[in-house]
Design a protein around this ligand. Structure first.
Ligand SMILES: C[S@@+](CC[C@H](N)C(=O)[O-])C[C@H]1O[C@@H](n2cnc3c(N)ncnc32)[C@H](O)[C@@H]1O
Length: 324
């Protein structure tokens, strides 16, 4: 990951309180109940003993979980030293131990009755290998909690999905329309943070190889997430038109996700450890994953599945630059 990457500089749909209420309703059944409070009520009335937060960033997740009494102690790691320093500076008296580690090499040395991923697993290149090493760290009573982007890898939304986003974007009054591309160019993904959503579309399957789902709530986003990405200013004015435009976006998001017209981009789920990995897990860890990573290492980061789209996007960009 380039040193300069800052995961907190962009503005996302959940910065809007209405979107937060939408996500809460989808996750917990109640627009006023945040998933952490749901977790406390249903899975941690007696605080869990020892928790692990993976890819902790600036540490807000473990601080908020600790403050709710969800676990007595937290371990948390990240690959980025500057985030760890920031998290340590905000830790206060909480029982949180920070350490540097990388999904590629992390081997747990403790066992946990709670493991939490918030928006980090979508950065894992060796996703199956990491989960294989992570799963044995969960106790039999332990739970793995996930709140993450699980949509198309590298945000390469399908044509039908982009068509629907475009249609709805055009339907909005001009001031609310996104000026950003509806599908980011692969070239830009590689030069920005090349691990962004790198194998996100595999997350649910990979988790299912090593864990059993005990609750899963898909959160949507297939329409509204990209249309709101770095496009909040007009919505934040909260005048009548802004409220109506946002309501349209969220209604379309919910209806089209429910019909299966667009994939869910985010998912909240809770898992237990599987007693034995899924039979296909070995294929992924021993063959598919090493092969695709070797391929990417030889192509400046591109995966086999991305080559056709990358070539098409490059040609299209050249054509757009032609004079006249
Ligand atoms: C989108 S941020 C989320 C951070 C935090 N969980 C949050 O919700 O604010 C993704 C985090 O994953 C971390 N990360 C990315 N690649 C990683 C890797 N290979 N190993 C460990 N952490 C990684 C990043 O440094 C960053 O802190």
């Amino acid at each position: 990951m380039p040193e300069a990457v800052n995961h907190y500089q962009d503005r996302y749909w959940n910065d809007l309180s209405e979107v937060l209420a939408y996500l809460c309703r989808r996750a917990t059944g109640n627009p006023d109940v945040w998933w952490m409070d749901y977790l406390k009520q249903h899975y941690a009335q007696v605080p869990r003993k020892r928790a692990l937060v993976i890819g902790c960033g600036n540490g807000w997740v473990e601080r908020d979980l600790y403050d709710r009494g969800i676990a007595e102690h937290f371990d948390a790691f990240d690959v980025a030293e500057h985030y760890l320093e920031h998290a340590k500076s905000l830790r206060g008296e909480r029982s949180i131990r920070y350490f540097a580690s990388d999904f590629a090499s992390f081997v747990p040395t403790e066992r946990y009755d709670l493991i939490v991923n918030v928006a980090a697993l979508h950065h894992a290149r060796r996703l199956y290998g990491f989960l294989k090493r992570l799963a044995p760290a969960l106790t039999d009573e332990g739970i793995f909690v996930n709140w993450d982007y699980v949509g198309p890898s590298r945000n390469q939304y399908s044509r039908p999905q982009v068509r629907q986003m475009r249609e709805i974007n055009r339907r909005l009054p001009p001031r609310f329309r996104t000026p950003h591309p509806l599908r980011p160019a692969l070239k830009d993904m590689l030069t920005g943070d090349p691990t962004e959503a790198v194998h996100a579309a595999d997350i649910v399957h990979a988790v299912g190889c090593y864990f059993d789902f005990i609750a899963r709530r898909d959160l949507g986003g297939g329409i509204a997430y990209q249309l709101l990405w770095n496009n909040l200013v007009e919505f934040e004015k909260r005048d009548q038109d802004a409220r109506a435009a946002l309501a349209t976006l969220l209604r379309e998001d919910e209806e089209r996700t429910a019909r299966g017209d667009v994939p869910t981009l985010f998912s909240f789920f809770i898992c237990k450890r599987r007693h034995s990995p899924d039979r296909v897990a070995a294929w992924h860890t021993a063959i598919r994953e090493p092969l695709r990573e070797s391929f990417a290492a030889a192509t400046a980061g591109l995966y086999p599945r991305e080559l056709p789209a990358y070539l098409l996007q490059s040609v299209a960009a050249k054509v757009r630059r032609l004079p006249g």
